[in-house]
Ligand binder design. Structure first.
Ligand code: ZN
Ligand code: ZN
Length: 297
């Protein structure tokens, strides 16, 4: 290149990453991300299927930061475990959920991460109205008791089994109720698609597009992260099964439109796809994502 094109410069710096295993430590996750061509990373702070967490003192932050610098992996996102349900009618489950969220927010602060992605849980058939106040209350309490430099990112769901926040107006409501700059959100393309939000320029089945809804609810500035996953299931199916990019039901042109839209084009992208070999996000999906995001080879 003979001269600087400011646009290509911004694009070249786009954060494109993946959820990878943190077995052996976060520094190992950073190595795994770099090995598939990612420049940012998402991890679990422990096993996603058990409540127990190891002491935060065990996190070797010096090793993490030097590995991050060596391999230029930034930012780091944390994903909470799948067991959380802050909307449950079981007080014990709500309390355990709040505790694990606090742990993850402390972890996020410790590793200078950019946020903790949470599936808030399910209303278990009781409906959003019945659980929204409790949900906001638990989030507020969690934020009040965690470091100021940590962020909680509400992830939209596909709406399966009463899961909260398939309707983005619920995310908006929680922002208005909690009123914290530390509360932000993460959009998952598979979940949005399965919840009936087209990712393209035109809505499907008479529904508004994801971009239209984001604009209407003024949610673009609060968006921190995009999970880019294709879907094994059809539009508005209310299911949540991720597919490798281009191998699922979401037309690549729709994904490309979404990822390059002005609301989205500067947001970090993280893959949570099964991978060609079935062992998680890989170099092939990173390459497909770069292409969809308009970054070329
Ligand atoms: Zn996701
Ligand atoms: Zn999912």
């Amino acid at each position: 290149m003979t001269h600087h094109d400011p646009h290509s410069h911004v694009a070249a710096d786009r954060r494109i990453g993946a959820h990878v295993s943190a077995a052996g430590g976060l520094d190992k996750a950073i190595e795994r991300a770099a090995a598939i061509g990612a420049n940012c990373v998402q991890v679990f702070s422990g096993s996603p299927r058990v409540w127990a967490r190891s002491p935060l003192e065990k996190v070797d932050t010096a090793k993490v930061f030097s590995k991050q610098q060596e391999l230029s992996i930034n930012p780091i996102f944390t994903h909470t475990i799948y067991l959380t349900n802050v909307a449950s009618d079981n007080p014990n489950l709500v309390q355990k959920s709040a505790e694990v969220l606090k742990y993850d927010l402390q972890f996020d602060s410790l590793v200078k991460g950019s946020g903790v992605v949470v599936h808030l849980g399910s209303h278990q058939g009781r409906g959003w109205e019945a659980v929204k106040d409790q949900t906001a209350r638990v989030i507020s309490e969690v934020l009040q008791n965690t470091p100021d430099d940590s962020h909680l990112l509400i992830e939209n769901s596909a709406g399966q089994q009463g899961k909260l926040c398939s309707d983005l107006s619920e995310v908006r409501w929680l922002f208005d109720a909690v009123k914290s700059t530390r509360l932000r959100w993460c959009l998952d393309t598979c979940h949005a698609w399965c919840a009936g939000l087209s990712l393209g320029k035109v809505g499907r089945d008479g529904q508004k597009t994801a971009i239209e809804v984001i604009e209407e609810l003024d949610l673009a500035d609060k968006l921190t992260l995009v999970h880019v996953n294709d879907s094994r299931d059809p539009f508005a199916s209310g299911r949540d099964r991720h597919a490798n990019l281009g191998d699922g039901e979401i037309p690549p042109a729709e994904l490309a439109y979404f990822l390059t839209h002005p609301f989205i084009k500067d947001k970090p992208l993280v893959l949570e796809v099964p991978g060609i070999e079935g062992d998680g996000p890989d170099a092939e999906n990173i390459q497909r994502l770069r292409t969809l995001a308009g970054l070329g080879k």
